[in-house]
Design a protein around this ligand. Structure first.
Ligand SMILES: Cc1cc2nc3c(=O)[nH]c(=O)nc-3n(C[C@H](O)[C@H](O)[C@H](O)COP(=O)(O)OP(=O)(O)OC[C@H]3O[C@@H](n4cnc5c(N)ncnc54)[C@H](O)[C@@H]3O)c2cc1C
Ligand code: FES
Length: 278
């Protein structure tokens, strides 16, 4: 489906977590004009009106889309997300979507979901739309308290474990656990991951070493989201069937092993783990 630019109205904005300063929000919007989306796709969003005209829209995973609303779950990071935290019912936002490819769904294969922090967002929709959620297992690592994240809805539908990361020891324990879990899903399972880049690198290295099929949802910074600015290029090995169109070759002296630059927004954000070079 071709992406459509819509002006949507805020239905409500719900802060997650406790404490004086909220950083996590579920933003519920009127439904967009497009009919549907697949789990793992994203939108480009910015608040209106004009005071934010100078700011580019930002990418956000589609956390939930129904006939009645679109939900985006976000963490305050910088200028645009700080502005989004002040949105109230009745305010307007510009949303372009649905964008990007989707996460693979294999109902016949046990699927391990590894999420780090705000990387949990695309899996709300994934778990919700999965035909056999009983085949899913979720391991979720997070630095903020669990109630800051949209975890409850996922935990109601499939096997989940959460791993607070408060120290280097916690981090080391989670890395060990990830290795163990990935081996458990080898060779017949499927591994999906979304989170910070160092975390995705680990998943890539572990799953490639085991030989299990793994897919990563990249959170590369994006300016346009529609393939026009080249700002989201990552290096990747293209599949033999040419599924992801090349943007630039790695350079005149490059060997095929050096990969090709592809636009995350146009060719991703979901890539097979063994294709991404980062
Ligand atoms: C496909 C995709 C889906 C995403 N889904 C979500 C989501 O569901 N919820 C959510 O909260 N965020 C998501 N993000 C990340 C989100 O787009 C950024 O947090 C947002 O663009 C920050 O904008 P800002 O203006 O607030 O921050 P800026 O002012 O642009 O930057 C503030 C700080 O955040 C860092 N930063 C900005 N963007 C990123 C990024 N993509 N990765 C790592 N660091 C970054 C900057 O380096 C800087 O230090 C997603 C990103 C992509 C590419
Ligand atoms: S964000 Fe502009 S090309 Fe991808």
């Amino acid at each position: 489906m071709n992406p459509i630019i819509s002006k949507l109205t805020v239905l409500d904005i719900v802060p997650f977590g406790s404490g004086p300063k909220h950083e996590f929000f579920a933003l519920r919007l009127t439904p967009p004009k497009w009919e549907g989306s697949d789990p793992g796709q994203f939108v480009m969003l910015r608040p209106l009106p004009a005071r934010s005209e100078a700011l580019c829209p930002r990418p956000f995973s589609i956390c939930k889309l129904t006939g009645g609303h679109l939900i985006v779950f976000f963490q305050v990071r910088g200028r645009v997300t700080a502005e989004m935290a002040y949105l109230r019912a009745g305010d307007s936002v510009q949303v372009t979507g649905p964008l990007g490819n989707s996460l693979p769904v294999r109902a016949d294969r046990p699927t391990l979901i590894l999420a780090g922090g705000i990387g949990i967002a695309p899996f709300v929709e994934y778990v919700d739309k999965h035909p056999r959620p009983a085949t899913l297992s979720v391991e979720f690592a997070h630095r903020y308290p669990l109630e800051c994240y949209p975890f409850e809805g996922i935990a109601e539908k499939c096997a989940t474990r959460s791993h607070p990361e408060n120290s280097g020891q916690d981090r080391a324990a989670f890395i060990t656990l990830m290795g163990k879990r990935i081996r458990e899903f080898t060779p017949a399972g499927l591994v999906l991951a979304c989170g910070p880049t160092p975390f995705l690198r680990l998943v890539r290295d572990m799953s490639t070493a085991c030989g299990v099929e793994a897919h990563l949802c990249l959170e590369t910074r994006m300016a346009c989201g529609i393939g026009a600015c080249l700002g989201c290029a990552v290096k990747a090995h293209l599949p033999a069937d040419g599924g992801a169109p090349p943007l630039l070759r790695a350079g005149p002296a490059a060997s095929p092993d050096d990969g090709t630059f592809v636009r995350t927004c146009a060719c991703g954000p979901n890539f097979r783990a063994d294709q991404v070079i980062f």
